[in-house]
Structures are given as structure tokens and as C-alpha cells.
Design a protein around this ligand. Structure first.
Ligand SMILES: [Cu+2]
Length: 164
């Protein structure tokens, strides 16, 4: 028998292996320091910040976000044009294997639009990131008072040093 049968079996095993590898473990993002910056009551938009790292072997794209506490969530980046800083939407944020992307004041951020409740420091916001492979990653962001804008150093220690 059986070189031929053994061969066929091997071929099937290889096929099964290839299929499993293609389905693969879902690439996920390592998330650190995620928080929503506290804003005065009645503010129409809030900002969310975090550090995203792709620990996996394949690129991961963030293609959107949603939260039950907001009408809409967008990823924005800040661009300076003619000396004026503006925000523009980032429809797809691609993160290469091993790459770290910071969403921080003055740069990229989550724009949380139309709050459905008053959010105070200490409250928690549930949020899901939509990923390019169709999966979602659920997060919980505490609301924090993190000082002023990007240029505000808060007496020598960074806003990120608060509340850890
Ligand atoms: Cu924005």
C-alpha cells in the first residue's frame, strides 16, 4: 500500500493545517492607558486616548468604534495646515506587527460625539473597536481629569502620570 495512501493522508493533513492557519487565532491589540478625558457638563464632544500595540504577526486595522454612551465615535488625527490645527477623520488605522500607535492629546484620538449621559471622573465608558477582520475588541475607559492640552505639562509630570 501505501506510499500512495500515506501520501494522500499527508496531503490532507497539510490542507487541514493550512486551513487552520488561515482561520488562525484572531489578532488582537494590546491596549494601555485607555481613558476618556473629563469635560465640563454639557460638552458636545469628549476625547478618548490610549496606546495600541499590535503583538501579533499580522497587520491589524481599526476601522471604527462605537459606545453605548455616545451617538457616534470617530478616530481623528490632528493636522496642522497653514499654521492652524484641524482634526480630520481616520477611516482606517492600520497597525503593523509589533507597531505601537499612541492616541494622545495633540495627535490622534477617539472623538466621542454626542454623550448620552453626564460623564464624571470615575465613571466608566464601554467602547468597542471594530477591526479590519470583522471582529470587535471590547474596552472599558475610565473618565479621568487629565489636565490641559498637549502643551500643558502640569508642573513637570505628564498627564499620563495621573490616576495610575
Ligand atoms: Cu477630534
Amino acid at each position: 500500500m501505501s506510499a500512495r495512501i500515506a501520501h494522500a493522508a499527508l496531503g490532507l493533513a497539510a490542507l487541514a493545517f493550512a486551513a487552520a492557519a488561515a482561520a488562525g487565532p484572531v489578532p488582537r491589540l494590546a491596549v494601555e492607558g485607555a481613558h476618556v478625558r473629563a469635560a465640563p457638563p454639557g460638552a458636545p464632544v469628549l476625547a478618548g486616548y490610549m496606546t495600541l500595540r499590535n503583538p501579533g504577526p499580522r497587520p491589524v486595522a481599526v476601522t471604527g468604534a462605537a459606545s453605548p454612551d455616545f451617538e457616534r465615535v470617530e478616530i481623528h488625527r490632528t493636522v496642522v495646515r497653514d499654521g492652524v490645527a484641524r482634526m480630520e477623520p481616520v477611516p482606517r488605522l492600520e497597525i503593523a506587527p509589533g507597531e505601537t500607535v499612541r492616541l494622545e492629546p495633540g495627535g490622534m484620538h477617539l472623538m466621542l460625539i454626542g454623550p448620552r449621559r453626564d460623564l464624571r471622573p470615575g465613571d466608566r465608558v464601554r467602547l468597542t473597536l471594530r477591526l479590519g477582520d470583522g471582529t470587535e475588541q471590547a474596552l472599558e475607559l475610565p473618565v479621568r481629569r487629565t489636565g490641559g492640552g498637549a502643551m500643558h505639562t502640569h508642573g513637570g509630570h505628564s498627564p499620563e502620570a495621573h490616576g495610575r
